[in-house]
Structures are given as C-alpha cells and as structure tokens.
Ligand binder design. Structure first.
Ligand SMILES: Cc1ncc(COP(=O)(O)O)c(C=O)c1O
Length: 451
C-alpha cells in the first residue's frame, strides 16, 4: 500500500528555543501591549503565526550562498545571480531589487499612478492599498463574488471578476486605469489561488485595452502548485513551467521575497517597459540604493536567488500546501468556521461567524486573535475591520504558517488551543479603539476591552 503521510521534506540542523508563559503573564503582557499583538515582544509568544513574511527557515544551500555574497556597491556578482534566477522564472526584462515588497509597490505606483487614477486588483493587500492611496490612487477590489463568502468552496477563489473589470475599463477608459494587478495567491482574500484561465482572460482584456497587467507575485509558487493540483491540463507540468506561463501573461510584477523567495528580507520590481524601468531605477537610487543592490546586502540577494528556485520544488510545495490544509481541516471538522478551502500560506478563521455577538465596530477579529494568545500564547493577526476599516468585506483571523519552521506537533498544539477557545466562544467580548494612525492603523492601534 502506498504511504500516505506527507512529511516535512527536511531535517532540522539548528534549533531556536521558544518560551512558555502563564495565562496570568499573558494577560499582563497583552494589557501592556494595548491589546494589539503587533506591540508584543516576540519572546512572549510561543507559536508565532502573525505572518509568513520573512519568518521562515533558510536551507543549507541558502546559508551556503549567503557566504558567497559579494558586497560590491555596483555590479555585484550576487546581483547577477539574483537577476538570472528571477529572469529564469519570471522572464521580465528589468529586475529592480528592493528591500521588501512594499518598496517595490511604492516605486511602481509613484511612477505609474497619478492622483485620481484607479488600479483594479483581485484584492489589494494592505501595503499595496496604502501605497496606492498615498500617491492619490484609488484601489478597487474586484475579486469574484465567491471570494467574498468565507464558507463557500471554490477551487480558485482568488480569481478576478472579469466582467466587472471589463465594465470598469469600459466606463473609466484606459486613461483612468494606468495598470491592473493580480495578487497571487490572494492574501487578503484568504490565501486563495488564481487560475491560469482567469489570468489569461484578464491578460487578454488588458492587452486589448492597452493597460499593463502586473502581478503582486509574493506567493507565486504556491499559486502555481494550486494550478497543478486543480486546473485541468496542468497536472503534469512543473510548478516552474506553470509560473513561467503565468508571468508571460503580464508586463511586470512586484514581489516580496520574504514569502516565496524563502528569504528573511528582500523584494523586487520587474517590468518589460524600458522607459518605466529608467524612472523606477532613478527613484530606487534616491531612497533604496544603487540598482544592483536596492537596499539589500549582497548576501540577501544570494539567499533570494536560491530561495526562489527552492520554493518551486515539488516536494516542498506538496508539504507546504498539505500542512496548511492539515490545520484548517482539523479545526473545521469540529465546526470552527474558516475560509474554505484552506489557503496556501495560512488558515483564516471567520471571526464574524466565530463570535457573532461582537459588532464590527468592536473588532471581532482582534478580540478572537487576543483570545488565542491568552489561551495558548499563539500570535495571529486580524484581517478585517481594523486593517481595512469600512472596505473590509470579511473579518478574518489569519494564522499564517512560517515556511519550514514549525513541525506537526506545533500545529497539533495550535489545533488544541483553537478548539478550547471555540468551546468558550460565547464569553468573548469586543474591544474599543482608543488610538489610531491615518495609514496602516493596525500596526500601532491601541484598544481597551469592553466589559
Ligand atoms: C500580497 C502581498 N503583497 C505585498 C506584501 C508586502 O510585502 P512586504 O511585507 O515585503 O513589504 C505582502 C506582505 O505580506 C503581501 O502578502
């Protein structure tokens, strides 16, 4: 009989201790952090599922490459390896390194978007939306209606609503829409993939309308693997071939290498447009650095060059997608409402359904996330009313799984904690917002519990 258990496709060579705290200590710590888990110290967290961004474990090959880092200011060997690795997968003419994804977004929007112009996306991530709004652009989320219904199963809930996009392009015209974006996978919509068919339709429409299509490519490898698993015609293609086919349908991308670059820091911006690349590199020099390092050390460029290729290895992707689903399927079996089906990098608990007694203005997602911390020292993050204010279509608690970092017993522990909180859900109360900033308020917001 074939063996069914999917194991971590690695051995552990170096360990990092994690620290237990008592419930009393966690109550004090959370109060001191103004009930905002971004303000906790990481040492006071047992299992940190705040983000999968930059929190993964690097491989021996990546650490080996780090030692090869060429720290030359201009023309470094490490940049050549970084660029070649990216072009091997993405195929775009210009590769502009940045310190992380949001720097690529800022540069892209500063160069391409004028005040009042609209950028449609399946769902803008928080930094994408904020950077766009910062230059006066309008962020329009056009995910398919299925993508807004947490409990509904659909293989490609990250897909763009092509009819809605067509309508917007018809109404506003090319002059008002400098670019269209597709976020793969769709982080704010539950880590849900976009199908190749959808990418093709969006690409055809954009090319016909003379509007460039850019990818927010952070989790492109996970998206490629979902296509392999779920879309007919792709079963026997490699994730790399699928990724190449997808990128060929666009004109460029922004990328946070802290996700499917398997690195702790890094990002890049790609484009096929020579004139744009020229302006983007000038802006890069102003704030990030020379175009052959863009705010990164040579060793970081090396780690990304290797990480991007490792993220496309099938053994890794199989384990990655299966282990995320393991968490989602176990809690959902006991009735915990989650975004279905489980996403690639995270499980999203539907807080509106978990704690229906908490009105939206009392932040059900933040209240639930705090309860998980109090119960078992697990840190997660709200993606909902706090993060997106009135734009929030759902209130989710995201449990993001750092890559190659936690074992199955860590995840079994997380499952047990969530099920304990599920039993006590009726007693969970909301929060009052006492302090907020204009942009990205979730990072620094302060709360008081409502008693
Ligand atoms: C879809 C998406 N876009 C952009 C970003 C921003 O990347 P960074 O955190 O590297 O700035 C993220 C980060 O989580 C993301 O998930």
């Amino acid at each position: 009989m074939p063996i069914k258990t999917i194991i971590e496709p690695f051995r552990i060579k170096s360990v990092e201790p994690i620290r237990w705290t008592t419930r009393d200590q966690r109550e004090q710590l959370l109060r001191a952090a103004h009930y905002n888990q971004f303000l906790l110290e990481a040492d006071d967290v047992l299992i940190d599922l705040l983000t999968d961004s930059g929190t993964g474990a690097m491989s021996t090959r990546q650490w080996g490459a780090v030692m090869e880092g060429d720290e030359s200011y201009a023309g470094s060997r490490s940049f050549i390896r970084f660029r070649d690795s990216i072009q091997d997968i993405y195929g775009y003419r210009h590769v502009i390194p940045t310190h992380q994804g949001r720097a690529a977004e800022r540069i892209l929007f500063s160069v391409m978007v004028k005040k009042g112009q609209i950028v449609p996306n399946n769902t803008h991530f928080d930094t994408t939306r904020a950077n766009l709004e910062y230059v006066g652009g309008v962020a329009l989320d056009l995910v398919i209606p299925e993508g807004r219904q947490p409990g509904l199963k659909h293989p490609f809930k990250g897909n763009m609503d092509v009819a809605a996009l067509q309508e917007v392009i018809g109404r506003e015209g090319k002059e008002k829409i400098p670019l269209v974006m597709l976020t793969v996978t769709n982080n704010s919509g539950g880590g849900q993939p976009v199908s190749m068919e959808n990418v093709r339709q969006v690409s055809t429409l954009c090319r016909k309308s003379g509007i460039p299509l850019y990818f927010d490519a952070c989790r492109f490898a996970e998206n490629a693997y979902f296509i392999k698993l779920r879309e007919s015609g792709y079963e026997s293609k490699t994730p790399k071939d699928i990724a190449r086919e997808m990128f060929a349908l666009g004109e460029g991308c922004t990328m946070s290498a802290k996700k499917d670059g398997l690195a702790n820091i890094g990002g890049f911006l790609c484009t096929n447009d020579d004139a744009l690349a020229h302006q983007e590199k000038n802006l890069l020099i102003l704030t990030e650095g020379f175009p052959t390092y863009g705010g990164l050390a040579g060793r970081d460029l090396e780690a990304v060059a290797v990480g991007l290729q490792e993220a496309l290895e099938e053994d890794y992707l199989k384990y990655r997608i299966a282990s995320t689903a393991y968490l989602g399927n176990h809690i959902s079996e006991f009735g915990v409402p989650i975004v279905q089906p489980p996403g690639g990098h995270a499980i999203y608990i539907d807080a509106r359904a978990f704690v229906p007694q908490i009105p939206l203005e009392q932040f059900p997602g933040v209240a639930l996330a705090n309860e998980l911390y109090l119960e078992g020292g697990i840190r997660s993050v709200e993606i909902g009313t706090l993060m997106f204010d009135k734009e929030a279509k759902m209130d989710l608690v995201r449990l993001a799984i750092p890559r190659r970092t936690y074992t199955q017993s860590h995840i079994d522990y997380v499952i047990e904690v969530i099920l304990e909180v599920w039993k006590k859900r009726e007693g969970i109360r909301g929060l009052k917002l006492t302090h907020e900033q204009r942009f990205l308020r979730h990072f620094t917001a302060r709360f008081e519990p409502i008693v």
